[in-house]
Design a protein around this ligand. Sequence first.
Ligand code: SIB
Ligand code: ZN
Length: 426
Amino acid sequence: MAKILLKNVQALLEDGSVAEKNIAIENDKIVKIGEVDTSWVPDQVLDGKDKLAIPGFINTHTHASMTLLRSYADDMQLMDWLQNKIWPIEAKMSSNDIYWGAMLAVAEMIKTGTTTFVDMYSEMHRVAEAVEESGMRAVLSRGMIGVAPNGQEALAESKKLFRDYHQTANNRIRVMLAPHAPYTCPPAYLRQVVDSAKELGAEIHIHLSETLGEVEDCKKQYGKSPIALMEEVGVLDCGVLAAHCVHVSSEDIALMKKYNVRVAHNPGSNMKLASGISPVAKMLSAGISIGLGTDGASSNNNLDMLEEVHLVSLLHKVHHLDPLAIPALTSIKMATEYGAKVAGFDDIGVLKEGYKADITLFNMNSTQWFPRHDLLSLLVYSANSSHVDTVIIDGKIVLEKGILTIIDEERILYEANKRAQDLIRK
Ligand SMILES: N[C@@H](CCSC[C@H]1O[C@@H](n2cnc3c(=O)[nH]cnc32)[C@H](O)[C@@H]1O)C(=O)O
Ligand SMILES: [Zn+2]
């Protein structure tokens, strides 16, 4: 039995308060927050002095292996970027490229305090391998472009991924089915995906209503918005994680609420691709679950969730000309507790007894953390992710004093860089 004690740490609790606590971890779970019985003897004690403990960040939408394409194509329109730069080079990516790209992403995510990510890409068994080896938690999906030549093959791969990996690695890996978007998956294909999802009991991860152009084209072609089209073809019956939802109407929001569509909001990507500003405050007040995501490292260009926390708060304040919009606690909850719901978990996202021990510790020994009027405010508005000190996932220490303990950072940087260089020469 592995027992870890976080001693006298400042802990962000479910009600939003921060208080000095002991946190006892046994195997993969938090067993106690508060006074720990002297009969409970830990194997390892981590000193919590000057440390802030929060639930590990949950990145609700990314394409991990796209780290290999970071800085390869910037300052472009979404469709131009996808069709003329990204998809042609993705077609040349080998299974090993996918693996090392995912490893680079996992290293970056752990070092910036993320403990769970939701991914959509191809060759996902290699991403699963990176997740298994690194100790990370993830929701994986094979992104399907629903047209010839690979539509049917992608669906078969998706189903296989679900059967092989859903709820494996001590439940660290979950799997969803991911038709890429309404503009790449025609209704007949989406109906096939829905049938497969129902047959397997799988949920659906999809990009929806990302740009105005997408919504306009969808209305022209099918007479309805992407959200309404998803209702018609049955996607909304399966349990949906929808990335983006930037251009959604009041009618769309009512449908999303009716079917409990969960949203991955990607403020950095939406700003960089100039997709627009998602009506986050409106969706939150309609009772929709919204998490934060980075999207791929080619449209962000990093996987730093604390940056998204910062952005979501600032973006919606200035958008509404209202400094009360998306306060600090809401933005942190979107990155943790609400993100857990969005990703489909009921035992992560909060520091709570009985929950999984997925914990990020910030070292508060730097200028940005002084003076300490309000630790939550410092975290959201002042700190940065280089202050992440220790990360625990599923009860295992995967980062200690800023050093990756399970995976080899030097090797990952070397392999990923070499493969990215070879890829652009192919
Ligand atoms: N090209 C893959 C399948 C697609 S996976 C998911 C896809 O989403 C793409 N993607 C990344 N970010 C975005 C975004 O913001 N909107 C739409 N697509 C994106 C990404 O480049 C990738 O091609 C194949 O081999 O069949
Ligand atoms: Zn995406």
